[in-house]
Write a protein that binds this ligand. Structure first.
Ligand SMILES: C[S@@+](CC[C@H](N)C(=O)[O-])C[C@H]1O[C@@H](n2cnc3c(N)ncnc32)[C@H](O)[C@@H]1O
Length: 349
């Protein structure tokens, strides 16, 4: 895909995913690239990253957003809702292009890094999935929450958030710093008052440390600036995270799973969201094989659960995010829900 097509593709994706600001800005970037303007100049040398997975357009916008958040983007801030501005295409585009002309090196600094998000809305799918365990006979033991591709591990605090279902019923923590409104639709869930989380552990090849200013900046910069609800959720989750430390190992999913052991007297819940697609085909097989092996070791006194909220990869034209659950002993797979890219709402089937 050439650079212009890449920007147009990403513009359509942002429009579909609820960011009219980025959709407009990216179309302007595409026009600019095709007329030999400043966007192409700044991205010179990075064109190899214009595939959909490398997401060069989102790298550029994330880098600019971080300059806005750091108050280093001059008048562009007036157009960014994430810092109190109001988006308007002509003025916003002019300020954006001026920033690229004035500070190309600052903008280029972040082009090497893949966009890194930790989508707190996906806790709706993960925590709701967890609430299915008591009905499957796995509600007696304390739970170890284990996540691969955990990013900053914000969703490992899912039980500390609150959830409102479509009927206005409240679930999760009694004293949450974050409430996910309209989290659930479809079949009603039952609360799990006895839920005890004995351990929280994550892994990621590129973990983000949410306890640092840099880590919080990274997570915020890749949220689209006109998506107020996502930004508010993230900020609230960062406050919750500050009060509950979680270990996130810098480790790829396969080697992490190889080292993972079940623990007597607990249910080990391995969960993950929107990370499986980043594994190589070989690593997907290795990870799946290790998950089967862990399942085979499970007994009623050390259980194993695999819970995932992932897009179904073999339907590229119709991306559906399914919530799937397996619980061992037994291990039959159940499709328990369907979610959306950012997790809210999740519909229980
Ligand atoms: C789209 S993000 C999703 C993060 C988080 N699961 C969420 O839903 O917000 C994908 C994550 O997978 C991580 N990742 C990619 N390849 C990985 C691998 N081989 N092993 C572990 N994590 C990986 C990335 O670093 C990134 O944090």
């Amino acid at each position: 895909m050439d650079l212009t097509e890449h920007f147009r593709f990403q513009a359509r994706a942002c429009a579909d995913m609820g960011s009219p600001m980025y959709a407009e800005l990216l179309h302007r970037c595409a026009d600019d690239v095709s007329s030999g303007g400043v966007v192409g100049d700044v991205l010179a040398g990075f064109e190899r990253l214009s595939g959909t997975t490398s997401a060069l357009a989102l790298r550029l916008l994330g880098s600019v957003h971080r300059l806005v958040l750091e108050r280093r983007a001059d008048e562009l801030a007036m157009y960014y809702p994430s810092v109190g501005g109001a988006w308007e295409l002509d003025g916003g585009w002019e300020a954006f292009a001026r920033l690229l002309r004035g500070r190309p090196e600052d903008v280029r600094e972040w082009l090497d890094r893949p966009p890194q998000t930790n989508e707190v809305g996906r806790s709706a799918a993960l925590y709701g999935g967890l609430l299915h365990l008591p009905a499957l006979g796995a509600g007696e033991l304390p739970v170890r929450l284990v996540e691969i591709g955990a990013s900053a591990g914000l969703n490992l605090r899912a039980d500390r958030f609150g959830y409102l279902d479509g009927a206005g019923r409240r679930f999760g923590s009694d004293d949450p710093g974050l409430v996910l409104a309209d989290a659930w639709r479809g079949r009603s869930l039952e609360p799990w008052p006895g839920l005890a989380v004995a351990e929280r552990l994550g892994s990621d090849v590129a973990p983000v440390d949410a306890s640092t200013t840099e880590g919080r900046l990274v997570l915020t910069a890749y949220v689209w600036p006109d998506q107020r609800v996502r930004l508010e959720r993230l900020r609230a989750a960062l406050r919750v995270a500050a009060g509950l430390a979680v270990e996130i190992r810098r480790q790829d999913a396969v080697s992490f799973l190889q080292e993972l052991r079940l623990r007597e007297g607990t249910t080990t819940v391995l969960w993950h969201s929107v990370m499986w697609q980043y594994l190589t085909p070989e690593d997907r097989i290795r990870a799946a094989t290790r998950i089967e092996a862990l399942g085979a070791e499970a007994t009623p006194s050390h259980r194993f659960v695999h819970l995932r909220a992932e897009p179904v990869l073999d339907l590229p034209d119709d991306v559906r995010f399914l919530v799937r659950l397996r619980s061992w002993p037994g291990g039959a797979e159940r499709v328990i829900g369907e979610t959306v890219g950012h997790g809210v709402p999740t519909t229980w089937l």
